[in-house]
Design a protein. Sequence first.
Length: 431
Amino acid sequence: MERRKFLAGAGAVTVGAVAATAPGAAGHAAPGIRHVETGLDVLVRSDFADLAGQRVGVISNPTGVDSDYRHLVDLMHASGTVRLAAAFGPEHGFRGSAQAGGSEGTGIDARTGITVYDAYGASLAKWESMFTQAGVDTVVFDIQDVGARFYTYIWTMYTSMMAAARVGKRYVVLDRPNPVGGRAYGPMMTAGYTSGVGLKEIVQQHGMTVGELARFFNAEFLPAEAGRKVDLHVVQCRHWKRDKLAADTDLPWVLPSPNMPTTDTALVYPGTGLFEGVASLTEGRGTCKPFELIGGLADDFDYHWSDRLNARELPGVEFREAYFTPTSAGQKPALLNKLCAGVEVKVVDRAAYDPIRTAVAMLVEAHKYEAFAWRRDSWDAVRPYWIDKLTGSPRLRTMIDAGADVDDVVGAWADELADFNRRREPHLLYR
């Protein structure tokens, strides 16, 4: 097995430091901001009692920190309570050093000395093999999700849950608030369009925490897919309510991925993430505002886009004419280091804002430009349009191509969204 040293973060963690600075021990949230404890905060306060004596494998990344920015694995290693066996790194890696579509490889973590397995894109069989090789009794998942179906960490959780069920391991989710709140929006994934950006039938903005999603997956999908449910335990957050966004809490924000720098990015991402499916428009990678800045080559797009969008008076959002040069292009090399013209998405009323309706309006107006083109992937001859994988079916693309306006496109998924809300209800933990 190839091994290499991972970079260790700064500063040592001791058991004494854990006790002295337990979450909630110091101060209160600022006026108007709600003090919230994550599942990790709750677990640390109990001195990891729920994991005592077990060989634990941790699925996490840099977001797995407590209220004082101390990482779960570092705290476990210092605790003397937990028998830490291994860690598993998702996309971007356990310590977060890899870009989109990348991983850190398998190696030894410099701070703790434990083996970190490369789990990005791992198959069910690979997860089973890793759990067996590491000799874990319990798998702990602690990653900050951002609430969109095409953000891959929830599918890391799903596949690892299935593997844990098949090899008889306990599965513990340390819950974290959904930074974009508890409301669901958007179209349903369909069976013919599942992929790594949407493995199962949930809507585009699911409006659930990872703990709630784990309960939903365990009831709805695991009995058929894995042959049984997993022994699931969710360590719930304290003081979070479904109508609270990340900006309404005092929780620290750590980048879940290189192009998710702020909670403002997370707020727009379930909608503007769709622009990954447009070949002629960049989603702002390589700028200071990815997914808030959207644009195409300045010779092809102009100020009319922002003017037409503002004329629609979409709820909770305004658009600024914007010019920028992306220094990272993802799957769109023709836009790299080129002057682009487009819009900056400015959310002015978070309660009224619907990110997916907004993105549909942006697509409808952008489609009027001659240069507009959907992204086609040559490696998938059967389902070549990336937008179909992001939205869950060809419906959005074909409706926009046929000239449908926003209300028609959004109305097309009303029934499936209502059905999803009904199905998820028994699995919700927060009101």
